[in-house]
Design a protein around this ligand. Structure first.
Ligand SMILES: Cc1ncc(COP(=O)(O)O)c(C=O)c1O
Length: 387
């Protein structure tokens, strides 16, 4: 019997309808290059443009505001590096230009904090704002950190480890009032919670296909019309000159369909997942009482995400000794040294609590039976480890 999959924030299986569209496209006559002007090219181009329309509709964007990328990491790198480097051209200018300032949160995914660290190594000014114990960014903290040369604010829509949802609209309002561009990594939010880029008032939004039942290696960046941003991958003029490289037509078709499926069923699915998530939490609490502590915000949280610490246990030992479930732990033990989750550290989670953390994330194929069985397996291992 296969382990119970509780790791939907790591990646999702491909939805059968998505996989059918991809396979039909690969096996059919749609092998043309979308840049070709003949009939084969036109078919491929139409597939890409249909997918662009579908994805745009899912986040209330205009189709021309979407560019397809090779995943969430590339999308965030483009938003960050292309914005920050936008007015640095030529070696001398790069040396002497006044370098810009960027603000990000302490719980960003490496796809955001690593490009920021790279910029810092080049001499750009970077400010990291902290979060509270539930993983929330305070918009007033961001306001205080704004400088004359702040060019970009990047705050994730929801966190991949604890699921906390950020006050994006408020932060966007602050950014707009100061003429600062605002990027949000919505890799974990897309398809799970409603996203309306117009209402959010943001300039850039990162989407990662494999978090919403499309394949790995495909993603998109929403770029608000008129935003000053250049390409990150340089080459020919694909994707309106903003992302060079012949489009991955088949996966783009899949991502478009995945966006439609997620949007159609979002209200119902979100309710179902919230119930399952809470059932899992209550089940663990019932069995292990105050040994179970929630990490993340109690209500402002992704419907599928439960991050709990089991006090007195190490998360990685629970996972090692419970092969019946497939889940994640933020902290890890490597060559005898405990590596604490940077997200839990930023939330000032006490060390003994961070050590016991388990990230249990549900999705489209999770059932009440999975949750009941997973609860039993986890509790059995935890009791064994506690004795
Ligand atoms: C919040 C967040 N941002 C970005 C990414 C990176 O996306 P990709 O794996 O498509 O590069 C991930 C994937 O784990 C993520 O969880």
């Amino acid at each position: 019997m296969k382990p119970i999959y509780l790791d939907y924030n790591a990646t999702t299986p491909i939805d059968p309808k998505v996989s059918k569209i991809i396979c039909d496209s690969i096996n059919g006559d749609d092998f043309g290059n979308p840049s070709s002007t003949h009939a084969y090219g036109k078919v491929a181009k139409a597939i890409v443009e249909t997918a662009r329309q579908k994805l745009a509709k899912a986040i209330n964007a205009e189709p021309e505001e979407i560019i397809f990328t090779g995943g969430g990491t590339e999308a965030s790198n483009q938003a960050i590096l292309s914005t920050m480097m936008s007015d640095l051209t030529g070696f001398l200018k790069r040396l002497f230009a006044r370098k810009g300032h960027m603000i990000l949160s302490a719980i960003e995914h490496p796809a955001t904090y690593k490009p920021a660290a790279y910029l810092a190594s080049l001499g750009f000014e970077i400010t990291t704002v902290g979060v509270d114990r539930q993983g929330l960014v305070d918009p007033d903290e961001i306001k205080k950190d704004i400088r004359k040369n702040t060019k970009l604010i990047s705050i994730m829509h929801s966190n991949n480890e604890v699921g906390t949802l950020q006050p994006i609209e408020k932060i966007a309002e602050i950014a707009r009032s100061k003429n600062i561009l605002f990027h949000s990594d919505a890799a974990q939010s897309t398809g799970k919670v409603p996203l309306d880029v117009k209402q959010l008032g943001i300039d850039f939004l990162t989407i990662a296909g494999h978090k919403l039942y499309a394949p790995k290696g495909i993603g998109a960046l929403y770029i608000r019309k008129g935003s000053a941003i250049g390409p990150y991958i340089h080459g020919a003029g694909h994707e309106s000159g903003l992302r060079a490289g012949t489009e991955n037509v088949h996966y783009i078709a899949g991502l478009g369909e995945a966006a439609v499926i997620a949007t159609e069923n979002m209200a119902e699915e979100s309710k179902r997942l919230t119930n399952l998530r809470d059932q899992l939490y209550q089940g663990l609490k019932k069995e292990l009482g105050d040994k179970i502590v929630l990490n993340g915000h109690p209500t402002l949280r992704l419907p599928n995400t439960l991050n709990v610490s089991i006090l007195g246990c190490k998360g990685w030992e629970i996972l090692e000794q419970t092969p019946e479930i497939a889940a994640s732990t933020g902290s890890a033990c490597h060559e005898g040294k405990v590596l604490y989750s940077a997200v839990l550290c930023a939330m000032l989670t006490p060390r003994h609590q961070a050590e016991g953390a388990l990230r249990l994330t549900l999705g489209r194929y999770s059932t009440a039976d999975d949750v009941a069985r997973a609860t039993d397996y986890i509790c059995k291992t935890a009791r064994k480890l506690m004795t």
